[in-house]
Each structure stands twice: as C-alpha cells, then as structure tokens.
Design a protein around this ligand. Structure first.
Ligand SMILES: [Zn+2]
Ligand SMILES: [Zn+2]
Length: 353
C-alpha cells in the first residue's frame, strides 16, 4: 500500500484529507461544529415555537430541539454524503442535552465525528396566546336558530365545524384563527373570533352542512395608523326546521329530512318524496317530531284507503293510504294528529342521504 507524508506533521498516512492527515485535519478543522449552548423560545401555553422571527405551530418539543440544533450546525464545506444523527435528551423541562453524530465523506475519505451541545428552552406566551388572554377579537360569530332555540345537538355540530376550520387554518400558519371568548346561553352561542375570515369560512361551512343563512355587518371599532378598523358581527341562523320535524302548511304534512338550500322529506299524506325551497314554505308550522308520534292500530286497509284508530278518542277514521304503506289490519303504526287529519309514519325514518 502506498503511503504519503502529511505536510504538517510529517507522519506517513494512507490518504490526505484536504492536504492533511486525518489527525491534522481534525486539529485544524471540524467535520461538524455547533455552539456549546443554544436557545429555543417556546410558548408556555400552546407549545408554539419562535423560529426565524416568527411563531410557528411546532408542538413537538423534541422536534423543536432538533430543529434548533440543525439550524446552528456547521458541517465542513467539502463534506459529501452526509449522514446526520441528532439525539435530544431532556434533563429538565428547560434544558436538553443533545448528541450530534455526523458521518460524511471528505475528498474520498469516510469520516465520523460526534459533538454535544445543550438547548435551553425559554418559555413565554406566543402572539396568539397573548391575544387570547388579552381578549382580542376581530369579529363576533353569533350562532342561532330561526324562530326557536339552538338545541344541544346543533351546538355540538356547529362547534365541531368551528374547531375543525380553526385547526385547519392554524395548520396553514394562521395565528389569528382562535376564539378569545365564548358565551353559550339558551338562545345560542356567541364566539369572539380572532379572525373575520375564520368566521366567514365557518358560516359558509355550517350553512352548507346544516342549512340556514348568515349575514355580516361591520361596525367601526377604532382608527389605527390612519385606517378604520372594523369589527364584524356574523349572524348565523340555522333553519327553523330540523331533520325529523313534522311540519304542516296548506294541505301538506311533511316529515323533514333536510332543511338546507333545498327542503327534502316525505309527504306523509301521499307517502311521496317532497322537494322544495325554504322560501316556498315560509308559513309552515311545526306539528311535532317523529318521537311525538303515538302508536295506533290499523283497523283495515283498502286499495287506496286506510282505517286507523284516532289515538285520542279511539274512533275509527279513514285516511288516504300513503304510497309504500305496508302495514296490515291489526298492526300498530306511529301516527300523529295534524289539522289535515291523522297521518301515519312509515316505520323507519326516511333515509338520511
Ligand atoms: Zn498530519
Ligand atoms: Zn401560544
């Protein structure tokens, strides 16, 4: 094997790295260099990370430590095929010891070096958490129902939409996608929102999923740097009727399946499917819900007629037999009394596609 002489120390060496033997190379330059102490700023509340001048949603503290080290790592400029291994160890919540191992090739020679550093974690409140705790808001989102109270199920559904939209916006880096205060009372929910755009997106999503309407009205709040600053109130109204409501208007009795941009359901008198627009049935009244139906006995069935017992006075009444009505004499069926007479419901609620 051929040996060369290191020009610095004069020893024989198999190969020269950057014109030096391996020992002299490591004496004069490092494969990897990292400061002894590094600092990372983390939000004590939500775990966001202050990185390169802005807060980002990196919630995993090990990831934050690794990134802090990576950002400060200096690897020899001639290194190729670099393999990097960074292992953080938590000593205290405020201190991490980090071992860094690097394997790389410099001028044909595979080298390995290990260094250690520590990352000190500074905890403070991030921009978002400071705004939340200061009660900052840009818009108020009022969630209500039309001509009735918002029920608990609807509150839950709306809040699920609210939270998923805020989560999605925060993931994209929107630091204003937060709720700084909320009021939940008998009428509905008021949310004090950091972002008006978030409120608008939520309104659109709720209307598309649950129906209803929304409007926005800006109020001049203050002037800042010569510009008008508005706070926008979003009035979100869920529809008056819900799936499962039995409503009546004119000579129609409808079990509502969906009350959104379109109204769909079953016409309980004819048994046929029902489809219209909400403004076509503005004078509709709520008769009850499927749960309010009482079971009554089918006395007899004819081709197009049905005789049932009036659930209140047990008199036999004859009604039109709805399409697809399959019960026979002696069976019990759910029925509900309306000003259009008694209507019978099919055993299963209409499918909810
Ligand atoms: Zn040497
Ligand atoms: Zn925070």
């Amino acid at each position: 094997m051929n040996y060369t002489i290191c020009p610095k120390c004069g020893k024989d060496t198999k190969r020269l790295i950057d014109s030096l033997c391996q020992e002299c190379f490591f004496e004069s330059s490092d494969l990897v260099k990292v400061p002894q102490v590094l600092h990372a700023q983390v939000c004590s509340n939500c775990g966001a990370h202050f990185n390169r001048g802005r807060w980002t949603n990196d919630y995993d503290i090990d990831e934050i430590v690794i990134r802090t080290v990576e950002d400060e790592l200096l690897i020899h400029e001639k290194a190729e095929d670099i393999e990097l291994y960074i292992e953080p160890r938590q000593m205290t919540p405020h201190l991490y010891r980090v071992r860094v191992e690097v394997d790389a090739t410099i001028i044909g020679e595979r080298l390995h070096q290990q260094v250690e550093t520590e990352v000190r974690i500074g905890r403070m409140a991030c921009d978002m958490c400071s705004r939340i705790s200061g009660g900052y808001f840009e818009s108020i989102l009022q969630i209500r129902a039309t001509n009735r109270r918002l029920n608990d199920e609807e509150k839950k559904e709306c809040m699920a939409i609210v939270n998923s939209i805020l989560k999605r916006m925060r993931k994209k880096g929107d630091r204003m996608a937060f709720i700084s205060n909320s009021i939940d009372d008998r009428e509905g929910i008021d949310l004090y929102m950091g972002s008006a755009n978030a409120s608008r997106d939520i309104c659109k999503e709720v209307v598309s999923e649950l129906g209803g309407t929304f409007s926005e009205s800006p109020n001049l709040f203050t002037r800042k740097d010569g510009k008008d600053v508005y706070r926008i109130t979003f009035a979100l109204r869920l529809p008056e009727f819900m799936p499962g409501d039995i409503i009546e208007f004119g000579e129609n009795v409808i079990e509502v399946r969906k009350f959104g941009k379109n109204v769909t359901g079953t016409n309980l008198i004819s048994g046929s499917k029902y489809l219209s627009k909400p403004d076509e049935i503005q004078d509709a009244k709520l008769v009850g819900r499927r749960e309010d139906a009482v079971r009554t006995v089918v006395v007899a069935t004819e081709d197009d007629e049905l005789m049932v017992l009036d659930p209140e006075n047990y008199e036999t009444v004859t009604i039109k037999k709805p399409l697809l009505f399959s019960a026979e004499a002696g069976d019990e069926v759910p029925a509900i009394k309306t000003s259009n007479g008694i209507v019978v419901l099919t055993e299963d609620s209409p499918d909810t596609d």
